[in-house]
Design a protein around this ligand. Sequence first.
Ligand SMILES: [Zn+2]
Length: 356
Amino acid sequence: MTQARQPGDPVTLSANQTPGLVCAHHHFYSTLARGMFAPSRSPRNFREILEIIWWKLDCAVDLEIIRASARLGALECLEAGCTAVVDHHESPNAIEGSLSVIAEAAEEVGVRVRCAYGVTDRHGADGARAGLAEGERYLRAGGRGYVGVHAAFTCSDESLEAAAGLAEDLGVGVHLHVAEGPPDSGAAARLASLSRDNWLLVHGVCLPDPVELAGTLVHNPRSNLNNSVGYARPRRFGKVVLGTDGIGGDMLDEFRLAYLCLRGEDVTASPTEAWAWLANGWELFPEALSDLVTWSYSPMDPWHLAFTPGVRPLRVERDGETLWEDGRPTRVDASEVRAKAGEQARRLHRRIAEMG
Ligand SMILES: [Zn+2]
């Protein structure tokens, strides 16, 4: 007879097991974007993708939509063996309390989350202050996470300095998009004197060589391809982790794509290099090391996984508690989570359409 694992027990891995995977950059609020009505015209570049799609969506979400979106996002992480998520959030018309709603929704499903509110001056200095205040409120109340910034190009110098200062005071890093595309190509100069080793630099595509910002690069290969912004060349950075930028929680798939993008540049590149980026997530989020995922495939080796799509978790455990088994979550009813998400998605899509 085997005894159930207890919290804190060391994890001994079999060939078909890994710790819980880490997604180092997600946007739970964007989970319900799928299926939204086509915009009035197709975006022609990265700035227009932001203006026509994402900056409308973030204005349209309210706390009810955020809750349903985060529950579904967390569920989709769990079903892909991802138990720890670094989330980046923006909801200009529902700022106060939003990070707590996300943290509660993720916990309901059983996924660990670190939150950040993306400060921006897109809605004026008051909007930036309200975003910063939400981050401060959440972190001072014991929430885990970062001080968030949308990106340098949508922030005044005052907002960037205030975010960096608050992060320093609270002993956390800043989580922000950096040089994702041409509109933010001036980020390096503006952030040079502010960045610290505990910052998460998301994307980094347009940063000039050599990279002189402190912090960890969060590489999101699928999102970068989708936005046609180019290749980040992650080898330029001292430390690299992987994120999905809101496109689900399948980190094995993101690893596979990270490997392929690297291989596209260098035919001698090995899957072990992209796997190291995925594994660096455990340094960022060590709690995930005590989570245990038993997979449908063995061995869970980078050289196998780079060429084996469709590997799925059979069981996910967190501190000895089974969170996922027999194709189902244990803490929530997946059909109820999906039904609620569908309901809120219809509301969200109508609200976006009404904005014109
Ligand atoms: Zn992002």
